[in-house]
Write a protein that binds this ligand. Structure first.
Ligand code: MN
Length: 723
């Protein structure tokens, strides 16, 4: 069993200034908390945190990490509270331990590779401090090393999780020794039969393989040196897991996996690489299609090397990699670790998201690399606290699938990602078993369960709740559909009444196909289209009737049956206040301006028919306007002669200096403006935020005012507000 002193010594060897008081304190606390607890192996429980701390010391991590490693199971397996831990070892270590505990609590069950990837990212997203992940990996490594003490059924499950989640995670972080050990340890439990067969095969051939490796190295050494090259050659057999992977991916039996043996030749310079390659190819016949020049065409992560495969002595196939010393350093330092091609991916087929993730991982590996080079591991502290996925959140479905969402997403976003119907009928949600409001923002590791009700319908308010484009467009679709349905009903009703007054039955005429002529004339696809046009007020029911009856048969128009637009105009006449807006081709109408955007003459505008309230005019770029059913849209334009005043709101950010407000209001009144509302606030960084409301005649007028304000010394920005 590893002793505390061994760890302390190890830490001192690479970090002579290490705070051993802190480390010792952590050790004593851990020993006290775990006292009396025993591992499945029969050893005292404390042996586990000690081993984990030992692994972290091997990785040359800082004292905080080692101390957190000693304490990593204290919150999980005892009655210790986070607060207690904080008073003993301080917030930083306690928070790391808390992070490790949180990861331990999330469970992963899915078998799909894509899910495993999301789960790995969830772990990283939850680890606000990268040391949490490193401790988790060390913890898993020691658990794998002692897996034989677990019950047989548990072994396979733990090993599988290691293979799916933790080995790839180690790989992505560029810690290849950790990845390989996790893989090989897992492999023997996940596929015990195949592992045995491969291990036996390797063992049976071991002597022969070793002799073979020596022979090839001897030949290469002699020939390459004779050519004047200074070289360093290593030969190795693939790991059991590596052989298995090759058998699987290429559907081979073990005897067919020829290139179990690989050689790496390190030379002095770039040109030596090609010289060495020429000699290798002249010694043994190259296998066609196996030569890759990653020197001329480096991988996206900077990896450079020549790869080839040849028929070696006795007809055995061997892999040969040739690279310079510099290239080798880059390859081994993990910045250019090979996860991408080993995982069978090509950068060209990667989506933007994947490429972004890729950069994040490259950056992480770089970070870990720097840490290894640091003289003072204390410097590490500044760089390890990161939010690796600041704009994403990973949550579980009740089935254990992991789903990714933009930050700020709510259960409604989640519901729509499951199915449109689930979204439309979403009446509530449970997060980790507890009811939450629909505006709840998803957090990493949450298990989300959606409650549905057959009477639930999406409402406009939902548009403020959702973040994902999918949910937004689905909600908008339902709202438009309902509006369309309503106006269709209204249109049907108006048509029925108008026809009844003329002694006709619209329904019967429709069934007899007598309405078809009107549809053709108006270029409408269906009766429903006709009805909704009437409902929206774009067509009058009487206008429809006129197309079917000769003028003498038409009853005189009565007030009740007035057209929708007629009604609008009638109201417009009652309200005499002119708006400065005209509906294309029609006289004055009742107009309201969208409060959201407050357009002024000169702004491009669009109008929307509102049931019974005339036309609402929005700025063409207004985001609210985009939500309105385009069917209701009408063309409007400014009547420039009106010269009416329109309210606008602007925000001026300026330095918070005396006299600046006086200057601002002087400028505004000089421009002949009446300020109807003003609000001034100051910010902590000595700025003043001034919001003014006043009226202008048109856009030119407003822009002139803004220009004048911008000229005032001390003004930082001027902005027209839309809300
Ligand atoms: Mn543990």
């Amino acid at each position: 069993m590893l002793r505390y002193n061994d760890i302390a010594e190890k830490v001192l060897s690479y970090n002579p200034k290490a705070d051993l008081d802190l480390l010792g304190g952590a050790y004593i606390f851990s020993a006290k908390v775990h006292q009396g607890q025993v591992r499945l192996s029969g050893e005292p429980y404390l042996s586990h945190p000690l081993e984990v701390a030992g692994i972290l010391a091997e990785m040359k991590l800082d004292v905080t990490s080692i101390a957190a490693g000693l304490l990593h199971d204290t919150l999980e397996d005892s009655f210790t509270t986070l607060d207690e831990l904080k008073t003993v070892v301080g917030d930083e270590i306690a928070n790391i331990v808390d992070g490790v505990t949180k990861i331990a609590h999330i469970e992963f069950s899915s078998k799909k590779e894509e899910q495993a990837e999301n789960f790995r990212k969830m772990i990283l997203a939850m680890s606000k401090d990268i040391r949490i992940v490193l401790i988790k990996l060390a913890d898993r490594l020691h658990n794998m090393r002692t897996l034989q003490y677990h019950r047989t059924e548990r072994r396979a499950a733990i090993a599988e999780e290691t293979l799916d989640i933790y080995a790839p995670l180690a790989h992505r972080l560029g810690i290849d020794w950790l990845k390989s050990e996790l893989e090989d340890l897992s492999f023997r439990y996940v596929k015990p039969d195949i592992y045995q067969r491969i291990a036996e095969y390797v063992r049976a051939n071991q002597q022969e393989t070793d002799r073979y490796i020596q022979k090839v190295i001897g030949v290469l050494q002699e020939q390459l040196t004779a050519a004047g090259l200074t070289i360093d050659i290593k030969g190795r057999t693939k790991s059991e897991y590596g052989i298995y992977r090759k058998m699987e991916s290429q559907n081979l039996s073990i005897d067919q996996v020829y290139d179990i043996i690989g050689f790496r030749i390190i030379v002095e310079s770039l040109s030596d690489c090609y010289a060495a390659l020429g000699i290798v190819h002249s010694l043994w016949r190259p296998i066609p299609g196996r030569f890759k020049d990653y020197i001329a065409l480096p991988k996206a992560n900077g990896y450079q090397s020549l790869h080839t495969a040849v028929i070696g002595p006795y007809g055995a196939r061997v892999e040969v990699q040739i690279r310079s010393r510099d290239m080798n350093r880059i390859a081994e330092e993990g910045i250019a670790s090979h996860w991408r091609y080993k995982e069978g991916r090509k950068s060209k087929s990667m989506s933007q998201d994947e490429q972004k993730d890729d950069e994040r991982f490259a950056w992480l590996r770089q970070l870990l690399e720097w840490q290894r080079d640091l003289q003072d591991p204390g410097e590490f502290l500044d760089t390890v606290k990161i939010d690796l996925f600041p704009d994403q959140v990973y949550v579980f479905t009740p089935q254990g699938d992991v789903k990714r969402f933009p930050k700020g997403s709510t259960p409604v976003d989640f519901a729509y990602s499951i199915h449109t119907d689930v979204g439309n009928r979403c009446s509530g949600a449970k997060v980790n078993g507890k009811l939450v409001p629909l505006r709840y923002q998803l957090r990493n590791g949450d298990i989300i369960e959606i409650l549905t009700s057959s009477t639930q319908r999406p409402s406009k308010d939902w548009l403020d709740l959702v973040v994902t484009a999918r949910a937004r467009s689905k909600i908008r679709h339902v709202i438009h559909q309902e509006e369309r349905l309503q106006s269709m009903k209204m249109g049907a009703d108006l048509l029925d009444r108008e026809f009844r007054r003329a002694g006709l039955n619209f329904q019967k005429m429709q069934k007899r196909g007598e309405i078809q002529r009107v549809l053709d004339e108006l270029n409408l696809r269906s009766i429903e289209a006709l009805q909704s046009q009437v409902g929206y007020g774009k067509l009058s029911p009487r206008g429809v009737l006129k197309r079917l009856l000769p003028p003498d048969k038409l009853q005189p128009e009565v007030q009740e049956g007035a057209t929708r637009l007629g009604e609008i105009f009638r109201r417009a006449l009652k309200r005499s206040r002119p708006s400065g807006i005209q509906l294309r081709g029609v006289g004055d109408i009742l107009v309201r301006f969208g409060k959201c955007c407050g357009p002024v003459p000169g702004d491009e505008v669009v109008g929307f028919i509102t049931r019974g309230r005339g036309v609402t005019v929005h700025s063409a770029s207004c985001s609210k306007a985009l939500l309105i059913d385009p069917e209701r849209r009408v063309d409007v334009e400014w009547n420039q002669e009106e010269g009416l005043l329109h309210p606008v709101k602007i925000r001026i950010v300026s330095v918070d200096a005396p006299g600046i407000l006086a200057l601002l209001s002087k400028t505004l009144s000089a421009a002949d403006l009446n300020i109807s509302h003003a609000r001034i606030t100051t910010t902590r960084d000595q700025k003043a935020v001034n919001t003014f409301e006043f009226a202008v005649t048109n856009l030119t007028h407003l822009n002139r005012v803004i220009k004048q304000i911008e000229k005032i010394q001390g003004v930082i920005s001027v902005e027209r507000l839309s809300t």
